[in-house]
Design a binder for this molecule. Structure first.
Ligand SMILES: Nc1ncnc2c1ncn2[C@@H]1O[C@H](COP(=O)(O)OP(=O)(O)OP(=O)(O)O)[C@@H](O)[C@H]1O
Ligand SMILES: [Mg+2]
Length: 285
């Protein structure tokens, strides 16, 4: 963490050792952060003239789960949407800075957002299955992206995605039923299966468990833990318990600034910044 990332708020408290750089590498793995999956450089977002996030610079390691936490309105969702250009869909929204993936800025003029959003998939707060059958919720995107040529390939892809999302055994006898007939937790796993089906490398999750009960939440958390073997996951959560259970690193946002980022354990047990400590000890929501 360097000073550039902490502008506008009180500095790191004196007497605390700057542990982040050293322990980050130890926890996430050297190769992972030296060859990050995505690199954000000075990313700012404006809604009309109002700045929502300011000069965010951070790397997302390969196959890590990185959690974004912070008070309501601090810019977590705005930042997450920068990673697959979902902010492009919002009128009056301007993104500056760079998000580098595979050596290319995803904001370059020649980047096609359709394959980008397949490569960097998204799961939203409220499960949002298409008004289609369970089968077609998954097959639809795969067909649009030209990933399947016939029914046999489609079947294989649908079954594979449902298995990886931990939903197969619960839906294998009802694939033609509407996706909306499932429980909330099942619908969210269907949405994860839908994202997985189009071969993403990164999955963005914006409070994916906030509408789920504790059992459904636990199932999704287990799933996230398994998915990190094959995918990089960036998750926004209001639950500090959830961040500490599932993420390797945590980023704390406050009023549009990235205050600190580091190994999750360090952020919760030994934060470098007063604002982070105030948040994690519940001094403000
Ligand atoms: N579509 C929009 N148009 C205008 N302003 C917006 C829009 N979306 C977000 N904002 C503003 O940008 C700031 C950051 O919002 P954002 O939704 O990213 O916060 P958040 O950290 O995700 O909050 P929450 O925890 O409540 O979901 C807020 O001040 C919000 O009002
Ligand atoms: Mg949000």
């Amino acid at each position: 963490m360097n000073e550039k990332q902490t502008t506008g708020h009180p500095p790191i408290r004196p007497g605390r050792r700057p542990l982040v750089e050293r322990t980050e590498r130890a926890t996430v793995g050297r190769a992972s952060l030296e060859d990050p999956r995505m690199s954000c450089r000075n990313v700012s977002v404006f809604y009309d003239s109002k700045k929502a996030i300011s000069n965010i610079t951070l790397d997302i390691g390969r196959n890590e789960v990185i959690a974004m936490i912070g008070p309501s309105g601090c810019g977590k969702s705005t930042f997450l949407r920068c990673l697959n250009r979902m902010n492009d869909t919002i009128d009056g929204c301007l993104v500056t800075g760079q998000v580098i993936m595979d050596g290319k800025n995803i904001y370059d003029d020649d980047v096609d957002v359709v394959p980008l959003r397949a490569q960097v998939g998204m799961v939203f707060q409220k499960p949002n299955p298409f008004p289609k059958s369970i089968y077609n919720n998954i097959a639809y995107g795969a067909r649009i992206h030209g990933l399947v040529r016939n029914r046999e390939e489609t079947d294989e892809l649908v079954v594979g995605a449902l298995k990886r999302a931990g939903l197969w055994s619960e839906v294998k006898d009802r694939l033609e039923m509407p996706g909306t007939s499932l429980s909330g937790g099942q619908q969210q796993r269907l949405c994860i299966a839908r994202a997985i089906a189009i071969n993403p490398e990164v999955i963005l999750m914006d409070e994916p468990c906030s509408s789920l009960d504790p059992i459904a939440t636990a199932i999704i958390e287990e799933l996230i833990d398994e998915l990190k073997q094959n995918y990089t996951i960036a998750i926004v959560t209001h639950s500090m318990q959830q961040a500490s259970r599932i993420s390797q690193r945590t980023a704390y946002f406050h009023q549009g600034d990235l205050i600190e980022i580091g190994p999750t354990e360090q952020i919760f047990l030994n934060p470098l910044h007063q604002l982070t400590e105030d948040y994690i000890t519940g001094r403000f929501e």
